[in-house]
Design a protein around this ligand. Structure first.
Ligand code: LIP
Length: 274
């Protein structure tokens, strides 16, 4: 991998190479997951182990996909840190960190619903610099590198030009804990009359990519994990969407908003009033 620029930041060539590596890793995870999905007939054949709650599941293909991605990163960039949803926690010494969600939207994966994805991102220090989200059921590869824009299957994408919140299509999601779900649902009740409609797709990475290509005007969610949001947030931001927390400060997994520029401020006002 080409060295970073003299000031220690990643140069344009290195960013392009890292984006290509993210795409290769995400697609490899997708091929493993898709093969497992096709072998199974019903949902129960894929059910795996439970994690934070009885509905938070991981299948053997979540684990196999993560092992595939982590193995390649360890081979190609052995000094990088790696954080994976299924337990990988390599500390690293290089200053580069990889965020892996081998299957984001596992519930959809198990139920053979289409909104699931394979998410890979890499940061240099605290800055996310390259990312890819692959959606196997749609054969759609979303990708971005810092300052280089966002793409869908290699074609440049941009957030929507919607300016009227009442016409905005809004995506959101819910955590696995019943108490959190109640809080999230109560906020949604207060928001739903102010927007065109709501979609709960089931994968934060997909939601963020939907904002990046204008299929959603807004996405918001609380209590995501770093691996859920790492790639999709960079892709959304590089598409021209505005990404923040609920107060307008920089986006973070625990409090995520990604919105078309024309409705971001109005949506934050509606969020804060809800
Ligand atoms: C999912 C997120 C989604 C959220 C789900 C779940 P997982 O991640 O991508 O946005 O609403 O509750 O957390 O668990 O499928 O990797």
């Amino acid at each position: 991998m080409p060295p970073a620029d003299n000031d220690g930041t990643a140069g344009a060539d290195e960013l392009s190479a890292l984006r290509a590596m993210c795409e290769t890793l995400a697609r490899g995870a997708g091929e493993i997951a898709l093969a497992g999905r096709r072998e199974a007939i019903g949902a129960t054949e894929l059910a795996g182990t439970t994690k934070s709650s009885t509905t938070d599941i991981a299948t053997e293909f979540d684990e196999a996909a993560e092992a595939h991605v982590v193995g390649l990163i360890r081979d190609l960039r052995p000094d990088d840190a790696i954080i994976g949803e299924e337990g990988t926690a390599d500390p690293g010494t290089s200053g580069y960190s990889w965020y892996i969600d081998p299957i984001d939207g596992t519930t959809n994966y198990v139920y053979d619903q289409p909104a699931w994805s394979n998410s890979v991102a890499v940061a240099h220090g605290d800055e996310m610099i390259a990312a890819a989200v692959y959606v196997p059921p749609l054969d759609e590869m979303f990708a971005a590198a810092a300052g280089q824009g966002a793409t869908l299957n290699g074609r440049t994408i941009s957030a929507s030009d919607e300016t009227d919140l009442s016409l905005a299509l809004v995506g959101t999601g819910f955590g696995y804990q019943p108490s959190i779900r109640r809080e999230q649902a109560e906020r949604l009740v207060r928001l739903i009359t102010q927007v065109r409609d709501v979609r709960r797709l089931g994968s934060a990475a997909v939601d963020l990519c939907m904002v990046a290509c204008g299929r959603l005007d807004v996405y918001y969610e609380l209590y995501l994990n770093s691996w859920d949001a790492a790639a999709g947030e960079l892709i959304a931001r590089e598409s021209g969407a505005v990404t923040t927390d609920f107060t307008g400060a920089p986006a973070r997994p625990e409090e995520m908003v990604a919105a078309a520029p024309g409705v971001h401020a109005a949506f934050l006002e509606a969020l804060q009033a809800s």
